[in-house]
Design a binder for this molecule. Structure first.
Ligand code: M6R
Length: 364
């Protein structure tokens, strides 16, 4: 039931602080400052490579996870869209762990890729929201998200819960690989435990985001840019907008803009810049300024410090709570989801059931 909400998508966006907390609860031991994962029947410390395979929004969650796993655990990670993975004859070596991410657990491409990886001798880990799904049943290591049923076709709360699980997973591999001190693990756990409150703080900007949406709604094209773990989020933001508002949108790595797409920039293409303060802030802002110099109309999403430093010539700014860079991709999901939601409402599209799309894509 939708309760007081107008759409399931809106309800699901606002559920995120609770469902992310619920999900984290089964993966974090805050008192001990440790992550806790179910024990697989294989030795995770022997894993030599992680291959992440998924579709759509789940794929973008996987792209964020690649940063975390490589950074914390120093294990090489590759990631591929499920529809491509199977057909390029991927090399599967001993010691490979294949990680499949799916809300439904039934996406045909992802399920077929899972079976292909199993046949190739890979260990199978699955991050899935439906515990009775095919993927859940076929996992060697099952990592459930506890987002509850997601009804809106546009995935929102499943995504942030996937990120929460993936952060815990990255931390766990890092520990079993001997790459984390106790103190480092405690710090990660503390930052993750702060995510639900930060999600709440981000949701408090709903009305401001609704205002910004009026500036986006008339656009024909919209660009999203970010760096590092916020680059997949730029793509996720663009996917959300395309999916429910039918506006053409692209997500780009901020540094790639000058290799071509900057030619598109004029004062009719809004650019959403995802730039939390942190090690990548200055570089992202310099890419943003290159676009402003060409007439680009920027909507900067950052924290107070970032907006103070770089918000001056922007069309609009959205102030997010100051968070550790680790949880920024979880928190910054809120403004991109809400922006897409409000634009779609302004455009009068069918938010929960956008044209041409199904909740679960069970054909290849
Ligand atoms: O159920 P899955 O997570 O496997 O679904 C994957 C994609 O079909 C899904 O994320 C799709 O891209 C969403 N509609 C995005 O909002």
């Amino acid at each position: 039931e939708k309760g007081n909400y107008r759409h399931f998508m809106q309800k699901e966006i606002f559920e995120q602080p609770v469902v992310v907390a619920q999900t984290l609860q089964s993966y974090l031991r805050p008192v001990e400052g440790q992550v806790a994962l179910p024990d697989p029947d294989f030795d995770l410390s022997q894993i030599k490579r992680v291959t992440i395979v998924a579709c759509g929004t789940s794929y973008y969650a996987g792209m964020v996870a690649r940063y975390w796993i490589e950074r914390f655990a120093r294990v090489p990670v590759e990631i591929e869209a499920a529809s491509e993975y199977r057909y390029r004859e991927p090399v599967m070596e001993e010691g490979g762990l294949s990680l499949f991410i799916s809300q439904s657990g039934e996406t045909a491409d992802t399920l077929a890729a899972l079976r292909h990886a199993r046949a190739g001798g890979q260990k199978i880990a699955v991050v899935v929201n439906v515990p009775t799904s095919s993927m859940a049943r076929e996992a060697d290591l099952l990592l459930p998200t506890h987002a509850g049923p997601e009804i809106g076709v546009a995935s929102t709360k499943a995504f942030t819960c996937q990120l929460a699980v993936l952060a815990a997973f990255a931390t766990h591999i890092a520990r079993v690989k001997g790459q984390l001190t106790q103190q480092e693990e405690q710090d990660i756990v503390r930052h993750l435990a702060e995510a639900p409150a930060a999600l709440n703080a981000a949701l408090a900007f709903n009305d401001t985001i609704e205002n910004v949406a009026t500036a986006i709604a008339p656009a024909r094209d919209v660009l999203y840019i970010g760096r590092g773990p916020d680059y997949p989020l730029a793509m996720e933001g663009a996917l959300k907008l395309k999916e429910i508002s039918y506006i053409h949108a692209e997500g780009y790595a901020a540094g790639e803009m000058k290799h071509g797409p900057i030619a598109l920039i004029d004062d009719k293409v809004p650019i959403i810049v995802l730039a939390p303060s942190g090690p990548l802030f200055e570089k992202t802002v310099s890419n943003m300024q290159e676009m402003q110099a060409r007439g680009g109309k920027v909507i900067l999403i950052s924290d107070e410090k970032g907006i103070q430093e770089a918000g001056d010539n922007c069309l609009a700014t959205l102030t997010m709570p100051k968070v550790h860079p680790l949880i920024a991709p979880i928190v910054y999901a809120i403004p991109v989801q809400l922006l897409a939601y409000h634009v779609a409402v302004i455009k009068g599209t069918d938010v929960d059931q956008p044209r041409n799309l199904a909740k679960s894509v069970t054909v290849e």
